[in-house]
Write a protein that binds this ligand. Structure first.
Ligand SMILES: Cc1cc2nc3c(=O)[nH]c(=O)nc-3n(C[C@H](O)[C@H](O)[C@H](O)COP(=O)(O)OP(=O)(O)OC[C@H]3O[C@@H](n4cnc5c(N)ncnc54)[C@H](O)[C@@H]3O)c2cc1C
Length: 292
């Protein structure tokens, strides 16, 4: 309502944040298994992060392997919770279809439906076509967008276990990123590691079940760290991000129909980072509020 627009947010997730995700598990483990940290060159995104920092939703983080960055607190979802405060949010509501009726839009989900004047859809591009009517004018543009997967492993270790580094990027290796997540500021004490498989490894193993690719990733992570205590992990879990990173973006901030009542946006419009999602959303909001 801030700019006179009454908004309802639908999200199929149990929590907020989408790919900026946080997993908590028995044993005091907590993992940022999606986005790792936030950086920005964009003025508006920087200003938003500064406000979020003042509100205690993000803090600065720096280690030897990364540029100065922000992380959400107590996990990456902290920022989404901060941005969502005061909004009318319907969690755990997966929208199945978006249908135009008498110039308005009907959102349909498993247990209900509701009419809206305007709809903004920000699911990953490959998932949007299925929500729209067959042959919708957005389809050709959506089809040009390419997104890569990322298979991710979460490892919870006995307290006190130490990695020889905080984070390590190795773009040419099967395991392309490893971070000791518990070394981020304001995290629980239990040692938590997040490892991401490379694009190629993820593509090759994409159709395996979570437990199966997790078993394959564990020794690769152990080898990359050079420590066999990984095999004593108290918690091991895989997560499949089928649409993790855009490799071929749309190249413009959003899609819009001729009547300016249906918008599609998200990181996939501009790039592979959270700041790209923010830029896309900001551009859609400007269009709706000012018509410019
Ligand atoms: C493993 C991994 C690591 C990453 N690392 C970084 C990083 O370090 N830094 C960085 O800046 N970015 C990183 N990213 C990218 C970053 O997470 C994304 O750019 C950002 O989250 C995109 O935001 P979004 O809102 O466009 O999409 P999403 O975060 O995907 O949000 C889409 C939302 O739509 C909801 N949704 C989808 N379909 C429906 C439906 N039918 N009905 C209702 N709700 C629906 C989902 O539940 C989700 O909440 C990473 C991503 C991954 C997967």
């Amino acid at each position: 309502m801030q700019r006179g627009v009454d908004v309802v947010v639908f999200d199929k997730g149990r929590g907020l944040g989408g790919r900026m995700a946080t997993r908590r598990a028995d044993g005091g483990f907590q993992f940022d298994h999606g986005a790792q940290y936030l950086t920005s060159q964009i003025e508006g995104f920087c200003a938003m992060l500064t406000c979020a920092e003042s509100a205690g939703a993000v803090v600065r983080w720096q280690d030897d392997d990364i540029e100065a960055a922000y992380v959400g607190v107590p996990g990456m979802t902290g920022l989404a919770k901060y941005l969502g405060r005061g909004l009318n949010i319907r969690k755990e509501t997966r929208v199945d279809a978006i249908v135009q009726t008498n110039g308005r839009w009907k959102l349909i989900w498993e247990t209900g439906h509701e009419m809206f004047d305007r709809v903004v859809v920000t699911a990953p591009a490959p998932q949007i076509g299925a929500l729209l009517p067959d042959g919708h004018s957005f389809n050709a543009a959506l089809d040009r967008v390419m997104m890569d997967p990322c298979l991710t492993l979460m490892i919870g270790l006995p307290s006190g276990a130490k990695l020889p580094f905080v984070s390590r990027r190795a773009p040419d290796k099967d395991i392309s990123w490893i971070v000791c997540d518990s070394e981020k500021p304001q995290r629980p004490n239990a040692t938590c590691i997040v490892a991401q498989a490379s694009r190629d490894w993820s593509l090759r193993h994409l159709e395996l079940e979570r437990d199966v690719f997790a078993k394959l990733m564990l020794p690769l992570v152990s080898e990359a760290i050079g420590a066999d205590f990984i095999t004593d992990a108290a918690y091991v879990s895989g997560h499949k991000w089928r649409y993790a990173f855009v490799s071929q973006p749309l190249g413009q901030p959003f899609l819009m129909n001729a009547e300016q009542t249906l918008f599609a946006g998200g990181d996939w419009c501009l790039g592979a980072r959270a700041e790209d999602a923010w830029s896309s959303g900001d551009a859609i909001a400007q269009k709706i509020v000012t018509g410019m």
